[in-house]
Ligand binder design. Structure first.
Ligand code: SF4
Ligand code: FES
Length: 146
């Protein structure tokens, strides 16, 4: 995990800006399945906001489970940017995949660094992630079953 989380912005127009946090992506591909003509992982500019309406972009981005994708729109923030208060933390063991913690969580790393994760955090359970303690999607490539 880099010292500072990478955040890349893709402005659609005066209304909408898509926010991309590559280190948070767990490669679920919800974005690609939802809007294949916008989210093109094999292309250099992989998010092509001009190929969909603001509403289509917002609806698909809201399906991103990890919070890697979010958006800023005038007068509205995506669920990924909302910070919710909760007393009880939900921890879910995903079949053949990572541990999912829902909601805002503060992570303290072994080197003392602290960061706040929003929406959901996916912790590697297969041991193969290059971005530990987070899942980076490696479980699906290595065929992790549990
Ligand atoms: S985690 Fe989000 S950004 Fe990454 S592939 Fe899935 S939907 Fe796309
Ligand atoms: S559980 Fe996803 S990379 Fe390990």
């Amino acid at each position: 995990m880099p010292e500072k989380e990478r955040i890349i912005e893709y402005k659609k127009d005066e209304e909408l800006t898509v926010i991309w946090k590559p280190d948070t992506c767990i490669h679920s591909a919800n974005c690609v399945k939802g809007l294949a003509h916008v989210f093109k992982p094999s292309e250099r500019r992989w998010i092509q906001t001009e190929n969909a309406s603001t509403e289509e972009l917002m609806n698909t981005i809201d399906t991103c489970p990890s919070g890697a994708l979010s958006y800023k729109v005038k007068g509205h923030a995506s669920e990924s940017l909302e910070i919710k208060n909760q007393d009880v933390m939900d921890l879910e063991v995903l079949k053949d995949g990572p541990l999912k913690i829902s909601g805002e969580v503060k992570v303290k790393h072994s080197d003392g660094r602290e960061e706040v994760r929003e929406k959901a955090t996916f912790l590697c359970r297969c041991g193969q992630s290059s971005n530990k303690p987070y899942c980076d999607g490696a479980h699906s490539k290595t065929g992790f079953k549990e």
